[in-house]
Structure formats: structure tokens, C-alpha cells
Design a protein around this ligand. Structure first.
Ligand SMILES: *[C@@H]1O[C@H](CO)[C@@H](O)[C@H](O)[C@H]1NC(C)=O
Ligand SMILES: *[C@@H]1O[C@H](CO)[C@@H](O)[C@H](O)[C@H]1NC(C)=O
Ligand SMILES: *[C@@H]1O[C@H](CO)[C@@H](O)[C@H](O)[C@H]1NC(C)=O
Ligand SMILES: *[C@@H]1O[C@H](CO)[C@@H](O)[C@H](O)[C@H]1NC(C)=O
Ligand SMILES: *[C@@H]1O[C@H](CO)[C@@H](O)[C@H](O)[C@H]1NC(C)=O
Ligand SMILES: *[C@@H]1O[C@H](CO)[C@@H](O)[C@H](O)[C@H]1NC(C)=O
Ligand SMILES: *[C@@H]1O[C@H](CO)[C@@H](O)[C@H](O)[C@H]1NC(C)=O
Ligand SMILES: *[C@@H]1O[C@H](CO)[C@@H](O)[C@H](O)[C@H]1NC(C)=O
Length: 771
């Protein structure tokens, strides 16, 4: 018993001082009063202690533990006027006198439908591994093993056991570590509910609904323990991805166009203007040092936003018991000048008030938005995105519920949707950054936007980490925007007679078509060039894009392309590796009518998916997630036709119909004839969909994700040419009404990535995992 006597003496000393102070006060010698200091000899077992302002009233004691450990029950205490550090209580409410360093633990996987896992503990130590197995007939996606890291997060991704034959509409959305999920099937309209084990908070959507488009509503849930935080590198990557998707770099012509009536119909023009509302917690619940760091972090964020090519206007509110405007968005001279915004930020000082009134701060935002809306004729209100960034240590303890103001804001912006999914709210994003271990995670989570595939709420250890996050957000100015096109084909739109704006990457030449992948390169099929020698190609082939014509400068056919490869086995034509890249004689000037489509496994495609660092495999999983994926091709040089790509368990039923074109006798197998470099479309047992015609070859097989377009295949060959009028047997059929056995085959771009990268790497930045 060494500790107790020391404490006892300290206690005696302070009691005596309190007594002295009071007696002096009674005699009216207030000016001479020496304020009582808190002790600066505190300790924590296994760690160390630091003090701000030498233990004077208002100073803060911080406990520090090594990596993989955290102070318990609190990480800091404040010095009160009576010279006492704030008390420490266990979650049970019992007061304790000593803090200790505890080990960070990872919440374990608690539930894995159609599978099993080991070990089956609720919490696992740093360095521990948890392994996952699926039942017979189910395939594991995600990690088979995850390791518990020093930050209490797991390596890898959530394990899911999937069944290819399942009749569910949505895929199993997975269950994060520490969580459990309601049982049930995943049919359209059905709901799953998540809850976290005791003591943890759920961030993201606790309820998700399987939507018509086979995606889950809302954002992916995760469970977080009170003493663990998001890693800055992960937050920076997620935030960068989210911002990149919203503020993708606009080409100069797009900026000009965005003022014309036509430009407005493009989704992306919405991103060219942005109102940024920054709400800064300046209440006394954060320290002076923290206040400085939060100011620095905010400045870092503003500078980062400035690096995107969008027109920004800022409104900065500091909030404590009341909300005060630091920068007024209506004051255009200041709010649109980053220098002035930062100047004003430097000018604020912390206010020692104990309460935090986030409601008042959000009220300022909705007042400003209402004002801007009223004057929308002059300020492009309808085309301006609104981003709200809330930085707080999480004590909302005064004023009305902040949610009420958010509801008002949503209705001002025309979002009346009360569903817990904000994906359709293209003009509003609410990001919430909770700082420190006193945040109320559930409260912060309820304020943040819930959008599919995005995260809007983050909890960081301290304000310094927040600064690190904002500083490390990568913003890349030099990326050309790919896969942007108008969505709907309206007959009224005279400017777009042939749907040019819906397929700006599309080019035509004889006898094929192709796609623009960069301003100097066109991707097409190799068989388009089979009969021409390289020299005559240059003279004969005109490549017609929407703004003019170019001719090939160089044609690179895939070296493994050889139609005669199986001739000795009685197969007269064979189309494996049927792809070619054409370098054009002059750069295609990029515009709304002529611009590249996104190629998977490239950096521009990652940005279009709102990701920053991702792998080629992740791109495939995002673009071809289902056994049947909706896709398009361009038919007869004009309109998009929808079809479905059959993969996984659906592929054999699709590919099988290629047999009809295989002339006997031959010993060539179906697998040799249609190797896995081909994507199959047109149907499978029981279904059939639109197919292409002869002249459509070389064109793009593409799909839409987040209003952007990605090419996944090159149209190569089909079993049936329904457009051949000379064949009486096909007279009753059309592209949209093909015979049931008709199938199309397309070269799968994922399977020829190294070749694409070899020739395009100087033009397009590919992901590093392609060799
Ligand atoms: C309290 O601390 C301050 C700064 O360290 C010092 O100037 C002051 O004398 C201390 N007061 C007492 C009563 O010890
Ligand atoms: C987990 O740790 C093991 C070694 O203990 C290692 O082999 C494995 O690759 C790690 N897994 C991940 C996903 O980092
Ligand atoms: C993204 O990847 C690059 C290169 O692989 C790496 O340098 C960078 O640190 C990564 N960024 C993040 C946020 O992980
Ligand atoms: C700030 O905004 C309000 C609108 O609520 C406006 O009335 C006021 O004049 C603005 N103040 C300044 C200094 O621009
Ligand atoms: C903005 O949208 C509203 C409603 O959609 C419309 O009434 C208003 O005229 C639009 N304002 C501008 C400047 O386009
Ligand atoms: C490229 O080809 C087009 C079409 O033949 C022609 O009009 C143009 O002058 C050529 N440009 C160059 C730089 O050769
Ligand atoms: C190719 O066809 C010929 C005659 O039709 C036949 O004799 C030969 O066996 C066939 N070759 C293969 C590899 O099937
Ligand atoms: C197919 O037939 C050809 C020619 O008769 C022969 O060279 C080849 O080995 C055969 N291949 C298989 C897989 O049977």
C-alpha cells in the first residue's frame, strides 16, 4: 500500500488551501488571491501524463498510453476552480481515483450467415487472427482471415458467404465485426437491421433496404468502441474519394458550357459550384491548444478544397452557447476568396462557455440557404452543391435538436424524402467529424448523410489527427474526366438527334465502330482491320467522332489475335483476343460530344467511382458484381441498347449457345472456342435480351455506375446477325426481339489489362496492381 497515503496527504493539503482561501475571501482581499492549482504529479500505470497551463484552473491533464493501449476510464481531465481535477467514473457510474492503461481490443465477428468462424470470442487482442469458413455450396468473398491491429481495427474486408444460385435480388450485405443482423432473405423491398454489441456505437445505416436496382440503401454500418478511433489514413482516403467524385475536374470547355442551357442537363455541371458551410465547435469543452489545432485543421481543409477546380463559397460559423458567423456567405468578396476566409479564421478566439449549441449553428446554415434560394436568379443556387462540415467534440447539450434544422434544410433544397437514405440528395452532403473520446457517436451518426458506398461520419482521436487527415487528402488536378454523358434520351432534344450526348466516346468507321479511351487512342476490335494491310488502313479508314474525323496513325492489334489459330481443327474463324488500339493522327478535341469512356483499373475510373486507392479486383467487383449485370452497347451508331452480361453460374447457359456456330466434325471444345476472355450476353436459360448486329462490332460494352460510364468489353462476334435482311429465317426478328438462342461475345477488358496498360500508360494512369 504505497499509493493511498500519498493521495491522502494531497487531499489534506488541498482541503487546507481551500479553507485558507475562503477565510481570505471573507476579509475582502480578493485581488491578492492566489488561485488554487491542480496537482501536476498525477500518474497513470503504464503511461505518462502531460498538463496544459501548469495545472491552473481550466488546464487539462492528458493521459498517454503506448500504441495498442488506451487510458481508462478517461483520457483527459480538466482543472476546476477549487483546484481539483475532474472526477473519473467507470461506465457503471462508480468513481475511481486512478487511471490505468488498458489494451485496445478488436470487436470480433459475431455472426456469419452460411459460414463459421474461429475463435468465437466477443473481443480479441491486438495481433490476434480470426478465420472464416463457408458452408458447402457457399463461396467466401472478403477476407478468409483478419488480423486485429493496434488501432482496434481489422485488416482485410468483411467476410460474406455467397451462393451463386440464390434467388435473392440483393447480395448479402455482410455483417461488420461487433454487429449482429436480423434474419431474412434479400428480396427487393426487404429490410435488414443491424445492432452492435453492448458498449459499442453503430456508425452508418442501422437499417438497409434492398432496392429495385439490387443495391442496399444507405451506407455500410460499422461498430466502434468508445476508446477506438478511425485511422487518419483511412479517413483521408474515404474523404478524398468522396470529394473527388463530387468535384471531378471539369475540362475548360465544360466550364463554359455549364452556363448554357444545355450544360445544365449534365449531372456533372452540378459539381462546378459549391457552398461550403464549416461549423466549428469553440465551446469550453475543448482546450486552448485544441482550439488552435482545430483552426489549423480547418485551414488545411479549406486549402484542400481550393485545389479542386470548382467555384467555392464559404460560410464559417463558430458555435458554443450561441452561433457566431466568422465568414458570411452572402458577403461574396470574402466568402469566395480563400485568403480572406483564412484571414477571418485567424481572427477568432475561443470562448469559455461550457455549452455547445449545434442547433444554433445549423440554424445559421438553413437561414443562409433560405436566403440564397430567395435570390437564386443571380447566384446559380439550383446548380450549386452544398457541403456542411461539422467539427465537434460531441457535446450537444443546449438548444433544440440539431436534426430539426437539417430537416428544414432538406426541405429548402427540395428533398422531402424521410427515408434513411440520402443517395438522391446530390446537392447536399453533411460530413461530421467527431473528435476525442467524449463524442456521442450515435448523435453524430444521426446528423451525417447516409449515401450508398460513401461514409460521412468519422471519429478521430484528437484535433491534431483531424489536421493530418485534411492535409493528406490527395487531390489530383490532372485527371481527365471519363465516362460523362447525358443520361436520358429525349426525343425533344433537337441538339441531340442521334444521341451524341449520350455516347460521346463512340466513333464509327467502316466496317466497325469503336470507343475513345483517350484523346489520342480509340479501342476497337482487331477483326475490323483483318483484311487491310497496315499501309492501306491509313488511307482508307476514317474514324468519325462527333466533332469531326481522324485517321489512324498506328494500329496495334493484340499479338495473340489469330482468326486461323484453330483452322487445322476445322474451326474456320476464331476471335480470341479480338481487340485493337488505334492511335489517331491528331488529338480528338474533347468536348461534351467527344470524350473518353472510363476504362476499369485506371485512376480516372477510381475517381469516377469515388474511390481513391483501389485495386483492379475491386473495380471488377464493383462493375460486375452479379451473375447478371445490366449493360449497354451502341446499336447502329445511334442508340444505347440494354442487355445483361452473364457471369458466374449464369455464364455456362449463355456460352452454350455458341455451339451452333461450331461446325462438326471438330475436336475443339466449347471452353477452347469461347475462353473466359469473352463476356457473354444475350440471355441464358429462360431469359433473352437484346443482341448486337454485325456493324456494332468493335464498339463498347459498357455500364453505368454513379451516373458515370465504364467500358467492360469490346463487342466482338455473335451467333446470329438479326440485321441481315437477306436471311429469310431471321425476318421476324430484331435486335430487341432476337431468337432465343442468339448470343453475343465481347472481349473482357479485365482479361487484357497488361496489354492495355503497355500501350496506354503514357496517356492514362493505370492502377499499380497491373503488371
Ligand atoms: C499556479 O501555477 C502558476 C503557473 O504555473 C503559478 O504562477 C502560480 O504561482 C501557481 N499558484 C499556486 C497557488 O501554486
Ligand atoms: C494476418 O497475419 C498473418 C500472420 O499472422 C499473415 O499471414 C496474414 O497475411 C495476415 N492477414 C492480413 C489480411 O493481413
Ligand atoms: C494510395 O496509393 C499510393 C500508391 O500506391 C500511396 O502512395 C498512397 O499513400 C495511398 N494513399 C492512401 C490514402 O492510402
Ligand atoms: C450576414 O448574413 C445575413 C443574412 O442572414 C445578412 O443579413 C447580413 O447582412 C450578413 N452580414 C454581413 C456582414 O455580410
Ligand atoms: C431553380 O429551381 C426552381 C424550382 O425547380 C425554379 O422555380 C427556379 O426558377 C430555378 N431557378 C433558376 C435560377 O434556374
Ligand atoms: C488527320 O486526318 C484528318 C482526316 O483525314 C485530316 O483532316 C487532318 O488534317 C489530319 N491531321 C493531321 C495532323 O495529319
Ligand atoms: C476436319 O474435317 C475433316 C473432314 O470433314 C475430318 O476428316 C477431320 O477429322 C476433321 N478434323 C478434326 C480435328 O476434327
Ligand atoms: C484435334 O485434332 C488435331 C488434328 O487432327 C490434333 O492435332 C489435335 O491434337 C487434336 N486435339 C485434341 C485436344 O484432341
Amino acid at each position: 500500500m504505497y499509493v493511498k497515503p500519498v493521495l491522502w496527504i494531497l487531499l489534506l493539503v488541498s482541503v487546507q488551501e481551500v479553507f485558507l482561501q475562503e477565510s481570505e475571501y471573507d476579509y475582502g482581499t480578493y485581488e491578492d488571491l492566489q488561485p488554487l492549482n491542480c496537482s501536476t504529479t498525477e500518474s497513470i500505470k503504464g503511461g505518462h501524463v502531460t498538463y496544459s497551463q501548469g495545472g491552473m484552473e481550466g488546464s487539462v491533464l492528458s493521459y498517454h498510453c503506448g500504441l495498442g493501449r488506451y487510458p481508462s476510464p478517461v483520457s483527459y481531465r480538466t482543472c476546476s476552480a477549487d483546484g481539483e481535477w475532474s472526477s473519473m467514473r467507470l461506465p457503471s457510474g462508480r468513481e475511481v481515483s486512478r487511471a490505468t492503461c488498458k489494451d485496445v481490443l478488436c470487436p470480433a465477428q459475431l455472426q456469419l450467415d452460411h459460414g463459421d468462424f474461429w475463435p468465437r470470442d466477443q473481443w480479441l487482442h491486438v495481433g490476434a487472427t480470426q478465420s472464416f469458413f463457408c458452408q458447402e455450396g457457399f463461396i467466401l468473398s472478403g477476407s478468409a482471415q483478419r488480423n486485429c491491429t493496434l488501432t482496434g481495427e481489422w485488416t482485410g474486408t468483411t467476410p460474406v458467404c455467397e451462393n451463386d444460385d440464390s434467388s435473392d435480388d440483393c447480395k448479402d450485405p455482410g455483417i461488420p465485426p461487433g454487429a449482429q443482423r436480423s434474419p431474412g432473405r434479400f428480396y427487393t423491398g426487404q429490410k435488414v437491421t443491424y445492432w452492435c454489441q453492448a458498449g459499442m456505437d453503430l456508425l452508418g445505416s442501422a437499417e438497409r433496404v434492398c432496392l429495385e436496382n439490387r443495391e442496399w440503401s444507405g451506407s455500410t454500418p460499422r461498430c466502434q468502441a468508445p476508446n477506438t478511433f478511425d485511422s487518419p489514413s483511412v479517413v483521408a482516403a474515404v474523404m478524398a474519394g468522396s470529394l473527388a467524385g463530387k468535384m471531378d475536374v471539369l475540362s475548360p470547355d465544360a466550364k463554359q458550357e455549364s452556363d448554357s442551357s444545355f450544360g445544365r442537363t449534365f449531372r456533372v455541371a452540378e459539381g462546378s459550384r459549391m457552398n461550403v458551410f464549416i461549423l466549428l465547435d469553440t465551446s469550453g469543452s475543448i482546450t486552448k491548444e485544441d482550439f488552435e489545432k482545430s483552426r489549423e485543421a480547418t485551414i488545411a481543409l479549406i486549402r484542400k478544397l481550393e485545389s479542386y477546380e470548382v467555384q467555392l463559397k464559404f460560410h464559417v460559423v463558430s458555435f458554443a452557447s450561441v452561433a457566431i458567423d466568422i465568414v458570411n456567405i452572402t458577403d461574396s468578396d470574402i466568402s469566395s476568396s480563400v485568403g480572406d476566409v483564412i484571414w477571418n479564421l485567424m481572427d477568432i478566439y475561443e470562448k469559455i462557455t461550457i455549452s455547445t449549441n449545434l442547433h444554433a449553428a445549423l440554424k445559421r446554415v438553413s437561414e443562409m440557404v433560405a436566403f440564397l434560394k430567395q435570390n437564386s436568379a443571380t447566384n446559380h443556387f439550383n446548380e450549386t452543391q452544398n457541403i456542411i462540415v461539422i467539427e465537434t467534440d460531441g457535446f450537444t447539450n443546449t438548444g433544440s435538436k440539431p436534426q430539426l434544422e437539417l430537416a428544414r434544410l432538406r426541405s429548402l433544397l427540395g428533398y422531402h424524402n424521410i427515408a434513411p437514405d440520402h443517395t438522391q440528395e446530390t446537392m447536399l452532403d453533411v460530413y461530421v467529424f467527431g473528435i476525442g473520446d467524449r463524442v456521442k457517436r450515435d448523435q453524430l451518426n444521426s446528423l451525417a448523410s447516409k449515401k450508398r458506398g460513401e461514409e460521412h461520419v468519422f471519429v478521430l482521436k484528437d484535433y491534431e489527427t483531424l489536421g493530418a487527415v485534411f492535409n493528406s487528402i490527395i487531390s489530383d488536378k490532372s485527371v481527365t474526366m471519363c465516362g460523362v454523358a447525358q443520361e436520358h434520351i429525349s426525343k425533344k432534344q433537337k441538339e441531340d438527334v442521334k444521341g451524341i450526348f449520350t455516347k460521346p466516346w463512340h466513333v464509327s468507321s467502316t466496317p466497325c465502330v469503336g470507343s475513345i479511351v483517350s484523346s489520342n487512342w480509340v479501342l476497337t476490335a482487331a477483326h475490323c482491320f483483318a483484311r487491310a494491310s497496315t499501309d492501306s488502313i491509313r488511307q482508307q479508314v476514317f474514324i468519325q467522332h462527333s466533332e469531326g474525323a481522324v485517321v489512324p496513325k498506328k494500329v496495334i492489334m493484340h499479338p495473340k489475335y489469330n482468326t486461323r489459330a484453330l483452322r487445322h481443327r476445322n474451326v474456320s474463324e476464331f476471335y480470341d483476343y479480338d481487340v485493337a488500339l488505334v492511335q489517331v493522327n491528331m488529338s480528338i478535341p474533347l468536348s461534351w460530344k467527344a470524350r473518353p469512356i472510363c476504362l476499369p483499373c485506371t485512376v480516372p475510373a477510381s475517381r469516377a467511382m469515388k474511390r481513391v486507392n483501389s485495386t483492379c479486383q475491386q473495380h471488377r467487383e464493383e462493375l460486375l458484381p452479379d451473375k447478371e449485370t445490366a449493360a449497354f452497347f451502341i446499336h447502329k451508331n445511334s442508340l444505347r441498347k440494354g442487355t445483361y452480361i452473364q457471369t458466374g453460374s449464369q455464364r455456362p447457359g449463355c456460352v452454350e449457345k455458341a455451339k451452333q456456330t461450331l461446325k462438326e466434325p471438330t475436336n475443339v471444345t466449347l471452353e477452347e472456342y469461347v475462353p473466359d476472355r469473352f463476356l457473354c450476353s444475350g440471355g441464358s436459360s429462360g431469359y433473352h435480351y437484346t443482341i448486337s448486329c454485325k456493324g456494332d462490332s468493335g464498339g463498347s460494352l459498357f455500364l453505368e455506375k454513379r451516373k458515370r460510364y465504364f467500358q467492360v468489353g469490346v463487342v466482338s462476334w455473335g451467333t446470329t446477325d438479326v440485321c441481315n435482311n437477306l436471311n429469310p429465317a431471321l425476318r421476324h426478328y430484331r435486335s430487341d426481339k432476337p431468337p432465343p438462342d442468339a448470343r453475343d461475345f465481347h472481349i473482357d477488358l479485365f482479361k487484357i489489362m497488361p496489354w492495355l496498360k503497355r500501350h496506354l500508360k503514357d496517356e492514362i494512369q493505370f492502377l499499380p496492381d497491373i503488371e
